[in-house]
Each structure stands twice: as C-alpha cells, then as structure tokens.
Design a protein. Sequence first.
Length: 431
Amino acid sequence: MGSGMNVCVVGLGYIGLPTAAMMALAGHDVVGYDVDPRVLRALADGAAHVKEKPVRALVVKALRSKKLTLSSEIPAGSQAYVLCVPTPTIDHKPDLSFVQSASAAVAAVLNPGDLLIVESTVPPGTMDRVVVPALRAAGVDPDSVAIAHCPERVIPGAIVKELRENARVVGGRKPGDAEQARALYASFTSGAINTTDTMTAELVKVIENTYRDINIAFANELALLSEELGVDAHEAIALANQHPRVNILSPGPGVGGHCIPVDPHFLSNANPFVTELIQTARRINERMPHVVVRRIVEHVAARDGAIVAILGAAYKANVDDTRESPTERVEELLRERGYLTRVYDPVAERYRGELAASLEDAVRGADALVLMVGHDAFAAIDPVAIAPLLRRRLLIDTRAFLPAARWAAAGYDVYTLGGKRRDPLHFVTAS
Ligand SMILES: NC(=O)c1ccc[n+]([C@@H]2O[C@H](COP(=O)([O-])OP(=O)(O)OC[C@H]3O[C@@H](n4cnc5c(N)ncnc54)[C@H](O)[C@@H]3O)[C@@H](O)[C@H]2O)c1
C-alpha cells in the first residue's frame, strides 16, 4: 500500500473534499462520490462554493491533475473507501442514517481485502453497531475486509495545514486493520499516527470536543459571575492562564458549528446517568444566547420597531460556516420579543436568515450594535464613521473583541459580555 491506491471518498463536504484532494495530490487515484448533485455541479464548475482559499486551491489543483475525479455513483474497484458523511443530532439524539446509508452503499461494492475507513465523528460503538451490521446485511463478511475509524480533527480556517500536520488516531476493528489505514494516512500526512481499537478512537474524538465544550461553559460561568463581582472576566482568565497548568477558554455568546455543540450529546446519550457534568456544560452554553438577549433587553426596550444590528452570522471568527450559530438563536429570540434584526457578515455563506448587503445597510437606524463574532474584517469598523447612521450609539460586544475605549471615546455606551460592569449586580461589602 502507500502511494498509488484507488480510493473513493464518500461525501465531499468540509472534510471529504480537502481529504480527497490531498490524497489525489499525494499520488492516489481518487474518486469523490457525493449523493448531492449540487455539490458535484459546483465542483465541476470550479469549486467557487469553497470559501476557504487554501482548500479551494488544493481542490482545483487536484481536479486539474485528473487524479481526483467526481462521481454521482459509488465506484466499484476502489481499494479504500473513506466515509466523510454528516453525523448530526435530531433533538439531541445522534442521527446515524447517513453513516448507515453510506456504509450500505460501500458494502454493495466492497471486495475482500478492501479497506473501509469512517472519518465522520460518531458515538462510541457506531462501528460495531451500525457500520459492521450494514456490511453483514449486504452479505459482506466483515472479517474479509479491513475496517477502521479515523476521526477527523481539523479546524475550519486551517483545514489544509491541519490535514497535513495533525496527529491522527486510527482505530482498527481487528489486528492489522489499523496498520492498513495507517499506511494510507502516512502517504499524505506528516503528523504522528497513533493506532488503537475502533471504540477508543470513537471515544477520543468525542471527548476532545466535549472537553472544549466544558471548558467554554466554565468560561461562560466565570463571565456571568465576574459581572456580578464587578471584575473583568477576560482579564481574570488571562491572568489565571499565566499559570503553567491552567488554560481556560474564552466566554462568548454560545457555542456553534456542527462539532462542539453536537458531540457532547454522543456521550450523554450513551448514558445520561453518568454524564451530568457534560449535560450541565451543554445547558450553560445553550443558555448563552438567552443571556445575550437579556443584556440587549436591559439596554434597549423592545418597543415596536427597535432595530438591533448584529455583526456576525458565522459560528466563529473568519469562517463561513453558520451551522448551529448562536446568531441564529439570538435573532430568533429578539424577533419573538418584537425587535427588528439585521445581520451583517462579510464572510458567512448560507445563513438561515437574511444577510444585509453591507455594513451600512445593517446599521442604518439601529438602536444597538451587537458583535457576535470576532471576524478580522470587523476590527476595521470605524465607530465614528458609522455613528451618523445609527439611531443610538450602543455597542454590545459578546466577544470582548472591539476596542471598548475607542468606541466609548466615539460616544458609544459599551457593554462587554464578562466585562467589568460599572454597576456590579450584588456583593455589597460589609463595612
Ligand atoms: N466540518 C468540520 O469542521 C469537521 C471537523 C471534524 C470532523 N467533522 C465530522 O466530519 C463529518 C463530515 O462533516 P462535514 O462538515 O464534512 O459535513 P458536510 O455536510 O460539509 O458534508 C457531508 C457531505 O456528505 C454528503 N453525503 C451525505 N450522505 C451521503 C451518502 N450516503 N453518500 C455520499 N455522500 C453523502 C453530503 O451531500 C455532503 O456533501 C461529520 O461527522 C463531522 O462531524 C467535521
């Protein structure tokens, strides 16, 4: 194995597409297969839908080299099939139907000696309970093929770099399976490749994201407590992080994307009784959009026609992805309370709501500006230049991103989530 395999990547989204391109440019003959004709059409038309520039460049190069080809049907004759299909939750329960149907499709063309890799993030036990049964149902003896789970751990915004450099966890179903998968990854990645069993690999991926969710929940709890104490949580966290064994993440308006808010449910759903910490963290983070809305209500009465301009629809800075974005929830809650909302995001794509065409369009007549995402582009906003467009100069910064002193000097009332309040809520010192 190594270079020169026939590989099929199943699912050409954020993960599958760059993975397919990377493998093609490493010398494999890769067929990218997707059930969505729009995805295949967009790729054939030049991949303009791929907003992360290094990913698009990689994909265009791979397609031009003809080592990456596209197909609307699963190809027979590949030696390795790599599943990168979605694993969402419905009502906090894992929806494994994509993994199930993709496994069944692969099973129909799988030959003895072939390699099946699942890269999708899955609840522990999915390889044994969903993937292997799908093979058996199609008459494939799972012992006759190699089966591995190699969860993807890249971060949107640095996908190409991380695909190349990240350490991998490769879980094999039986001795030898992980080695077969390792050889494929070694052909295009430079990071360490650690082998284990499938269940451990499944667990590792999910606990990584759950760890971050819990850490962010802790930061959010500190932000709310600090407001009551009259302390700047951001300063306190930065100082605590100077300790060599402390690394607290940043508070914010909630947790988005389709990994961190989703993956903890894969654990709590497995056993609700022993996962109280995980569930509590999730609740704290899900409550943050409500906290943001509450702060907005404290500053701007929900009279008819009050306009809130929201900066940022993506779930985090400098990415186009709006899935599970806290902005969606904040907008929904504001509208329920009678506010008019306008969302501006120069980076985001495919937002569920409407996006304003320009910053000026978003802020014209607004009673409040709410910063939800720290996109680099927002750092360049000139508070003085936009002031005449606003009905009221009020900035609510949920990320402590904009320079509060500069905005205050331009005549804005500034509220920063977790920032030092002039009116700490409680704590009267006994004299
Ligand atoms: N996006 C991330 O940053 C990220 C990071 C690490 C891990 N993951 C995990 O990777 C997996 C894929 O995520 P994504 O963000 O690439 O999803 P995505 O929605 O961007 O792409 C999935 C693609 O799979 C296609 N698809 C669905 N069912 C199919 C089937 N049966 N056969 C062929 N194609 C099919 C869809 O049409 C879509 O194009 C998920 O499990 C996710 O949790 C994502």
